[in-house]
Design a protein around this ligand. Structure first.
Ligand SMILES: Nc1nc2c(ncn2[C@@H]2O[C@H](COP(=O)(O)OP(=O)(O)OP(=O)(O)O)[C@@H](O)[C@H]2O)c(=O)[nH]1
Ligand SMILES: [Mg+2]
Length: 456
């Protein structure tokens, strides 16, 4: 249990209807008593209030009224942090929230670090590490699909699978270690079969979880898609169509876009960061040359390329050069200006998805979105996995665990001495434990919780 009481503004700073402040710790009610003046006939000080009740009154500091607030009292252990919690809703806006926070700090609370409330929830056993990470995922999710996956994880669906895996491995480890202690007693064929079954089940689950890693990363980080092509082919028009609003300047002048423009869109549930670029050609002036240089830099980082060709003009040799240049990239070939009579056909040797679009009518944009999703989303998240999608940290731990499980199974099958596999298996149990936070270091926790915002 923590000894100090922390406080923070839990809502984003800015003008708004309400701001919410959070106080958590053993002295949460005592801190609130010192700066909250309850109003009304049944006025109660927070420390005298029953748990899970709401109170009207004022926050005062140095004898002066700071704001009119609603104050909620929630006593341990039925709270997010499992500590006493006071939540104060004050007027929105930077200044009222800031003044209420100052009053709380003057009354004895300490300003919370980023993620400190969630960290307490984890350390006090309210949630495990995957659920703590899910809190951040929920906050940062950019599409409903990403939110659904984060909520699954928050609900403990990943935790349950990991705990099952860990229990299986511990079961095998107990047998193997007993056998090492009493080497004269052979593991009976029946027991061996049971142990191998458990290990195989562990491997299957590990693989199933590992297959969700690419989609998990997609949903969390989004995918970067560069829109490239010759000047005037309609790249900026296409960006606007994909975003659903006029973000980029469109004009008949070749060389309109000079700086790269980045904007995120929800493409069939996947967050896609589109990067509109300057048309690739021999530059007319210094500014355009810099724009083209930036476009090429953006291209290096892009996981996906939308190559836009002008359907109303004969195919330019510049496009043919770009076909070859980006042959190694995942790409969608777009023949834009499909409203105009076709002047050319796709070269036969080109592979990959092709879509015809018209940015005047919006024709073909739905097909383009489908093609983008099909390229990046492999559909590995099977029905049995619900919407569980692991992150990079889970992936790293599972890969280490997998190696240990495999070596143990191989040794067991071959009837080899079990000392070394026991070591491997113990490492595997440790790696699986890391995922849910059963084995964790301060460094790991710092790395995870520092990514949170203050007040979470
Ligand atoms: N007819 C027709 N015109 C289009 C279509 N898409 C874009 N245009 C026009 O083509 C011109 C160029 O469009 P932009 O979107 O600015 O082209 P861009 O590729 O971004 O050009 P740069 O930024 O100069 O490289 C504009 O006049 C658009 O209105 C289309 O599907 N059909
Ligand atoms: Mg443009």
């Amino acid at each position: 249990m923590f000894e100090d009481t922390i406080a923070a503004i839990a809502t984003p700073l800015g003008a708004g209807g309400l701001a919410v402040l959070r106080v958590s710790g053993p002295r949460a009610c005592a801190v609130a008593d010192r700066c909250f003046v309850p109003a009304g006939r049944h006025a109660l000080l927070p420390s005298a209030a029953p748990t899970h009740t709401l109170h009207y009154g004022h926050i005062v500091a140095a004898g002066r009224r700071v704001d009119e607030v609603m104050l909620a009292v929630m006593r341990a252990p039925r709270t997010f942090t499992r500590e006493d919690v006071v939540e104060i809703s004050c007027h929105g806006g930077v200044l009222p929230a800031r003044l209420v926070l100052d009053a709380l700090l003057a009354a004895g609370a300490r300003a919370a670090e980023p993620g400190e409330f969630t960290r307490r929830a984890f350390v006090n056993g309210r949630i495990d590490l995957t659920q703590a990470e899910a809190v951040a995922d929920v906050i940062h999710s950019r599409t409903e699909l990403a939110l659904a996956a984060a909520n699954e994880q928050l609900a403990g669906h990943l935790s349950r699978r990991i705990e099952q895996l860990r229990a299986d491995l511990l079961h095998v480890l107990a047998h193997v270690e007993a056998h090492i202690d009493f080497p004269d007693e052979d593991i009976s064929p029946a027991t061996r079969t049971v142990l191998l079954d458990r290990l195989d089940r562990g491997l299957a689950l590990t693989d199933e979880l590992l297959r969700t890693a690419p989609e998990g990363q997609l949903l969390r980080r989004g995918v970067r898609a560069a829109i490239i092509g010759r000047p005037n082919s309609g790249k900026s028009s296409l960006l606007n169509q994909l975003l659903g609003h006029n973000r980029a300047i469109v004009s008949p002048v070749a060389g309109t876009t000079r700086d790269t423009i980045e904007e995120t869109a929800n493409i069939r549930g996947v967050p896609v960061v589109f990067i509109d670029t300057a048309g690739l050609r021999a530059a007319g002036d210094e500014i355009e040359a810099e724009g083209i240089r930036r476009s090429r830099a953006a291209l290096q980082q892009a996981e996906l390329v939308l190559h836009v060709c002008d359907g109303g003009e004969p195919l330019h040799p510049g496009d043919t050069a770009l076909f070859a240049e980006f042959a190694h990239k995942r790409r969608v070939l777009v023949r834009n200006k499909a409203d105009q009579p076709a002047r050319w056909d796709w070269p036969a040797e080109l592979t990959g998805p092709r879509v015809a679009t018209c940015c005047v009518t919006g024709a073909g944009i739905a097909e383009l979105k489908d093609a983008i999703k099909a390229l990046v989303w492999r559909g590995e998240v099977g029905a049995g996995m619900d919407q569980v999608m692991i992150n990079a940290r889970h992936q790293d731990a599972l890969l280490r665990a997998r190696a240990g499980i495999e070596r143990t199974a191989a040794a067991l099958r071959a009837g080899l001495p079990l000392e070394l596999p026991a070591l491997d298996l113990r490492l595997a149990v440790g790696a699986v434990g890391e995922i849910v936070g059963r084995t964790s270091t301060e460094d790991l926790l710092d790395a995870i919780f520092s990514q949170f915002c203050i007040g979470k």
